[in-house]
Design a protein around this ligand. Structure first.
Ligand code: NAP
Length: 291
């Protein structure tokens, strides 16, 4: 991860532009088709184009990948993003294309404002003005405050705090009037659990960002919300936990299972529909009832 981040930061804007073009071109390469099948990605049935355009940050896997595929199924042309796992981002794009949808991808570290600008540039060049932005990219480090390293704390704030800020700022400037902006918060803000403090604080920041931004975009018919999942079956949640711990979380959920990425993608998709317009400036807790 560090390699791709430091490379991105040291590139000149011309070099970055060439790299962006190269990466976008890679998304159309036959190799990417092979990757899609070798990874066993689930094929999604893309709907007819709705003429709209979406960016989902951190969409190479987990909730972001499910959201990109879901929005593609709803007819959006989607720009997929990753920081490290370019093969997975390409596979998501190929999966969408194989189902008749439109997608491209770009490796861009959301903690770098220039990289986020380029993500929006790539989207606009490929598909036109963006209608929906989902600031989903995130990382989690868990430790008691007394034991957390500066590096872990700083990186979490750089990606979850500044990265989301970079994405929302760019979205506020570029999303078409009538669009949607959604940030991924977390129900952990309600649990208030030991070792989760610094991570939960970065997620609480999302709640504050969206409520302020919703008001700042007054008059543009753009609804801005946070979606706060509970325990979702991705490596972000499962890594470092025993199977007993994971089963315990599933058992505490009234529906007796972990959330799946598609459960969260469905909620994001609902907010993007016309019927979701009146939900604005809110945090929507999508956690199966665990909190
Ligand atoms: N899973 C849960 O239980 C849960 C609960 C509440 C909230 N959330 C939130 O939901 C969001 C998605 O979580 P997840 O569980 O799907 O995580 P995940 O499976 O670990 O996926 C994280 C995604 O973010 C990308 N990413 C990480 N750092 C990035 C950066 N600096 N720039 C661009 N992309 C970056 C990753 O790209 P690479 O593949 O290239 O690394 C990957 O696509 C996060 O904001 C998380 O805080 C998750």
């Amino acid at each position: 991860m560090k390699d791709s981040q430091s490379k991105g930061k040291s590139l000149t804007s011309k070099t970055q532009r060439s790299r962006r073009t190269l990466l976008a071109a890679m998304a159309t390469a036959p190799l990417a088709v092979g990757l899609a099948s070798s990874l066993g990605a689930t094929t999604v049935a893309a709907g007819k184009s709705n003429g709209k355009v979406a960016i989902v940050t951190g969409s190479s896997r987990g909730i972001g990948a499910a959201t990109a595929k879901r929005l593609a199924r709803d007819g959006y042309a989607v720009t997929v993003n990753c920081v490290e796992n370019t093969d997975l981002a390409a596979a998501v794009v190929e999966d969408i294309r194989a189902s008749g949808g439109q997608a491209t991808w770009l490796q861009a570290d959301v903690s770098d404002p220039g990289a986020v600008e380029q993500l929006f540039d790539t989207c606009e060049e490929s598909f036109g003005v963006v209608d929906v932005v989902v600031a989903n990219a995130g990382i989690m480090h868990l430790d008691p405050i007394g034991e957390m390293s500066d590096e872990a704390f700083d990186r979490m704030w750089a990606v979850n705090g500044k990265g989301s800020f970079n994405t929302l700022r760019e979205a506020s400037r570029r999303v078409r009037d009538g669009g949607r902006i959604i940030a991924l918060s977390s129900s952990i803000t309600q649990f208030r659990t030991a070792t989760y403090g610094p991570y939960a604080a970065t997620k609480m920041a999302q709640d504050m960002f969206v409520s302020a931004l919703a008001k700042e975009l007054s008059g543009r018919r753009i609804s801005v919300n946070a979606v706060a999942p509970g325990v979702v079956n991705t490596t972000l949640f499962t890594d470092g936990k025993t199977s007993q711990q994971i089963a315990g979380f599933a058992d505490r959920t009234p529906h007796k299972r972990l959330g799946e990425p598609s459960d969260i993608a469905d909620v994001v998709a609902a907010l993007c529909k016309d019927d979701g317009y009146w939900i604005n400036g809110q945090t929507v807790f999508a956690n199966g009832g665990i909190v």
